[in-house]
Design a protein around this ligand. Structure first.
Ligand SMILES: C[S@@+](CC[C@H](N)C(=O)[O-])C[C@H]1O[C@@H](n2cnc3c(N)ncnc32)[C@H](O)[C@@H]1O
Length: 195
C-alpha cells in the first residue's frame, strides 16, 4: 500500500507514515486509531467556549466533535480524513474543507481561535504555516499549536516528541508573547494576536 512522502521543516529525512498524510485503507485505519487514542479533554478546556474555531489538520475530527463554538471549521489535505471527520461529526453543523497550514482557503481575520494538533511537524514550511494561521485569526484571537509531549503519559506521545530546539523554533515563529502549556500528552504553544 502506498504511503505519501512528506518533506518537513522538523526532520532531516522525509516522513513516510500513514499518520502524516493518511490516505487509502491504511490511512483510514490510522484515522480510526487517532480517534481511539487521542483524548481531546484538556485541549477543549484550553480552547473554551468560542464564537468561531478553525482546526488545521483536523484529521478524523476527534477534537472538532468536542469544540463548543457557534462556527466550527476544519481543514485537512487528506480527503479520506475529511470523510472520516464528517462521519464522526454527523449531525453537527461543521464546515470541512481541503486545505493545508500554508493555505487554509479562509479569508483574513475569520476565527477567534485557530488550533493545530499533532501536525505542525508535518508542515513543509513552519514560518509559512504560522503566517497563514495568524492571517486567519481575528485581532485578540488566539493561535494554539500543539504537539506530542516528551513528558506525556502516553508512550506514543513520548516517542513522537520533538527536541527542545525544534519546540523553540515553533515558539519563535509564533513570536512574543507566546505561552507554553504542558498538558498530559501535548505541549501547547499559545499566542494571542495583537488587537
Ligand atoms: C497525526 S494526524 C493528526 C490529526 C488530528 N489533528 C488529531 O490529533 O487526531 C496529522 C494530520 O495532519 C494532516 N496534515 C499533513 N500535512 C499537513 C499540512 N501541511 N497542513 C495541515 N495538515 C496537514 C494530515 O492529513 C493528518 O490528518
Amino acid at each position: 500500500m502506498a504511503t505519501d512522502e512528506i518533506q518537513s521543516w522538523a526532520y532531516d529525512e522525509p516522513i513516510r507514515s500513514p499518520f502524516a498524510l493518511p490516505r487509502g485503507a491504511l490511512g483510514r485505519l490510522a484515522g480510526r486509531l487517532m480517534l481511539w487514542l487521542n483524548d481531546p479533554g484538556e485541549l477543549v478546556t484550553l480552547i473554551g467556549k468560542q464564537g468561531s474555531v478553525l482546526e488545521v489538520g483536523c484529521g478524523p475530527g476527534g477534537l472538532l466533535r468536542h469544540i463548543d463554538a457557534d462556527r466550527v471549521c476544519g481543514i485537512d489535505p487528506s480527503p479520506d480524513m475529511l470523510q472520516l471527520a464528517a462521519r464522526h461529526n454527523r449531525g453537527r453543523d461543521i464546515d470541512l474543507r481541503l486545505g493545508t497550514a500554508a493555505d487554509t482557503g479562509h479569508p483574513d481575520r475569520s476565527f477567534d481561535v485557530v488550533v493545530s494538533v499533532n501536525n505542525v511537524a508535518m508542515w513543509p514550511d513552519l514560518e509559512a504555516g504560522v503566517r497563514e494561521l495568524r492571517r486567519v485569526t481575528r485581532p485578540r484571537g488566539r493561535l494554539l499549536i500543539a504537539w506530542h509531549s516528551a513528558t506525556g503519559s502516553s508512550p506514543i506521545a513520548r516517542k513522537n516528541s520533538l527536541a527542545e530546539e525544534k519546540l523553540a523554533r515553533i515558539a519563535q515563529a509564533l513570536g512574543e508573547p507566546t505561552r507554553r502549556h504542558e498538558l498530559r500528552n501535548l505541549t501547547v504553544f499559545e499566542r494571542r494576536c495583537p488587537g
